[in-house]
Design a protein around this ligand. Sequence first.
Ligand SMILES: Cc1ncc(COP(=O)(O)O)c(C=O)c1O
Length: 417
Amino acid sequence: MTLEEIKAIEAKVLLPTYERNPLLFVRGEGVHLIDEKGERYLDLLSGIGVNALGYGHPAIEKAIVEQSEKLIHISNLFFHEGQAELALRLTKMSGLDRAFFCNSGTEAMEAALKLARAHAGLLRSEGRTIGTKVLALENSFHGRTMGSVAATHKAKYREPFDPVMPGVGFVKFDDVADLQAKFSTDVCAVLIEAIQGEGGIRPVSREFIAVARELTQSVGALLICDEIQAGLGRTGKWFAYQHYDVRPDVATIAKPLAGGLPLGAMVCTEEAARAIHPGMHGTTFGGGPLACAVAVAVIDTIEREHLLDHVTDVGTYFHGKLNLLAEKHPAIVDVRGMGLMLAAELDSAELAKQVAAEMLERRVLINRTSETVLRFLPPFILGKNDVDEAIDALDSILTAHAPQAAGATSTGGKQIG
Ligand SMILES: Cc1ncc(COP(=O)(O)O)c(C=O)c1O
């Protein structure tokens, strides 16, 4: 089928949840995607932070082939090797004690929310004073199901589906005083993305996380770190909260975990896990043999190829190049992020939209989030030469859009720095 044919069919028979870019990809190689005409695109989005090892990585292919020849699905009513192996790795990497496997980020968040409510119930049964309220942050994004969407700040995601899960309050982003004012013994959980993803690649401060840790601990509420976008190495550490020297009660992960297969996980402390007993929560597909085998291969590959150090190195280089670009182009009002979770904020939403579209025309995939923010979530295997290519494209586009360049020609992407 051609792109036009697919578009026509989808327009008729798909629920219109996405406005897709007019591109038809047929395969990928390393950090590149290849369309049906054979054109190569540098992918700085990696399936929204999923394809950490890029495309066609032999370790992923090997794990898929070997495991699919043995066992793909067995249900959670029986043992297989994968969950134990993966849980051992995740608990060691996270500093937490127990794992629960599911299929997506939003499901990991549902598990975390249910755990928080169940844990508070357990504490109440033991005579403690603790309520059922959840505090999340303004501009947060935690998913699309009824619990996680209730904790997602933007009204456009929540309001059409009201009533969503009740009992969620929002704290101003990184505002310690607001957190202190809104926190009480009514609260059973505080949800934090250490670096907000959809909210525009915004890291919270050390002070904010430290105060959230102190307040939650004071009443027995759970500090839940949503690591679905930032976790598993994207910031140069396994978990973004590890930059903050804090141990949450719960961490949620998904996106890159199984190299592109659907897999999510919630990892938690022994104390929080006391609240869960057989039958209380579950999933048919979560933690299946195939997804777990691939996840183990992904983690082993990140270790074997020293990709955490690589992410830090290339991320620092990328960040530096973006800073230089910001010195040259006043339209860039801020550069943020850690590792390979980076953003350049522009001074107008219209310009950001235009730049993202023109990057695509130049065969570099990025996306825009929070209206004005150009977001970069490339595969961990990105090279510095790839960064140079992207920066040159961005430089040319911004030069062409600079007010003094109206009607003038672009510099053609003169090397920055
Ligand atoms: C921080 C964060 N939490 C939760 C989610 C939801 O994950 P999923 O789309 O896998 O349900 C996302 C997805 O973008 C995310 O970035």
